[in-house]
Write a protein that binds this ligand. Structure first.
Ligand SMILES: C[S@@+](CC[C@H](N)C(=O)[O-])C[C@H]1O[C@@H](n2cnc3c(N)ncnc32)[C@H](O)[C@@H]1O
Length: 398
């Protein structure tokens, strides 16, 4: 490890380190491995750029950036069931899935052009910052974000200085902890790390029959004039309805016996709610309606657009229940969830679901709408390629 890297670990600020290098007191950061070595791996097609997949889940962000020619060179996801789904769908990787990101040194992550992260959102401790402020100590992003998973995103960005990043989160990130969480994230990305960032809240509803609002934060190391608001949305008039992703139950679909039965592919009875649960949900909704609050359950048919699929869908499925005539409604099957999230085409079944229904619901409910990420990636593409063309990814130190 160079002196530079050792001092950086001791939390000496990068600008101070640069001054020490300029004064000839220490060596500069170790050079990044040449880009061509990374993107011309033997036997693999040439990639336009490299990226890393943090908080990878089942790889929704990855699918978007592969679709514009990127190659994933590092993955971190600690949940063993998500790892199983990820492995099953990206079987040709030449890298292992790494676990807990908080335990991984930035220097052990390969150089990359783009960083992707859909990190869990947690409040930052303001108390810690003000105490240090009052002691008149300089405080960088470490003090502002320590103990959160955003801290790990920030330290990896600081170390590798990728040309661009895309962070994804729930819409509520903006109002979380009275706006302080988002303000701190912006402050760290712009002021501590020196990136130009643009944010946009996008509803998956333009691509899939689901309302799902998520915030995307795109960052560029160099000012590239990226304009997130200019990203076009598909025509609302052609936005799909639930009927497009439901099992047709008319024999036109190749039946997958895990989800459907008979030769016409009727949805397996196990997805119909029990009478007990259906009565409970109706009573619960009536009680809350009488009290003037709550939405209760979301009952839908083929012409509707679903509410947001949540990670707790496996519990009672209440946010998206499918009408079955006058009978008891059913949940979506995991295959329908894969389509609702855009992992599969409307009638497709190519995404491998190697885990239990419970785990599959949790994984899709935690994930991103793939066509949304593809659209975001497509919009970032020109700026990413311009930034990486003829230039090695900047692996600051290590
Ligand atoms: C909101 S989900 C992101 C899903 C992902 N964007 C996708 O397309 O499926 C956050 C993920 O971070 C993972 N995670 C949380 N803490 C982690 C940690 N310390 N190290 C690695 N993964 C972690 C969770 O298991 C979860 O799958």
């Amino acid at each position: 490890m160079s002196d530079y890297a050792a001092l950086l670990k001791k939390k000496v600020r990068p600008d101070q380190l640069d001054a020490m290098v300029a004064a000839g007191l220490i060596d500069g950061p170790k050079a990044a491995s040449p880009k061509l070595e990374l993107v011309h791996d033997a036997g693999k097609p040439e990639a336009a750029f490299t990226f890393i997949d943090l908080f990878a889940g089942i790889g929704g962000l990855r699918l978007g950036f592969e679709s514009i020619g990127g190659r994933c060179v590092f993955t971190s996801e600690w949940d063993k069931y998500s790892q199983k789904t990820y492995r099953a769908n990206f079987p040709d990787d030449d890298h292992e899935i790494n676990g807990d990101i908080t335990k991984i040194e930035a220097a052990d992550i390969p150089a990359h052009d783009v960083l992707l992260a859909g990190f869990p959102c947690q409040p930052f401790s303001i108390a810690g910052v003000s105490k240090k402020n009052s002691l008149n100590r300089p405080h960088g992003f470490e003090d502002k974000t320590q103990g959160t998973l955003f801290y790990d995103v920030a330290r990896i960005i600081r170390h590798h200085r990728p040309a661009a990043f895309l962070l994804e989160n729930v819409r509520n990130l903006v109002s979380h902890d009275k706006g302080r969480t988002f303000a701190t994230i912006k402050d760290v990305l712009e002021n501590d790390l020196g990136y130009r960032i643009k944010c946009r809240i996008v509803d998956g509803r333009s691509w899939v029959p689901q309302h799902r609002e998520r915030i995307f934060i795109a960052g560029f190391r160099e000012d590239s004039g990226f304009d997130f608001d200019a990203m076009p949305l598909p025509d609302k008039a052609t936005a799909p309805r639930l009927g497009s992703i439901l099992h047709p139950e008319d024999g036109s679909e190749t039946p997958d016996q895990r989800f459907v039965v008979d030769n016409i592919g009727k949805v397996n009875q196990k997805y119909t709610l029990t009478n007990h649960l259906w009565t409970y949900l109706q009573n619960y909704a009536a009680k809350h309606k009488a009290a003037g609050n709550g939405f209760g359950f979301g009952l839908c048919g083929p012409d509707d657009v679903a509410r947001t699929l949540s990670a707790r869908y496996y519990k009672d499925g209440s946010e998206i229940l499918i009408r079955q005539g006058d009978g008891v409604p059913r949940r979506l099957t995991p295959r329908e969830c894969a389509r609702l999230m855009g992992f599969d085409e409307a009638r497709g079944a190519s995404f491998t679901i190697p885990v239990s229904d419970t785990q599959a619901y949790r994984q899709f409910g935690n994930s991103v709408v793939v066509p949304v990420v593809k659209a975001v990636a497509e919009h970032m593409k020109g700026h990413i390629l311009k930034a990486v063309r003829g230039q090695a990814p900047k692996a600051g130190v290590g």
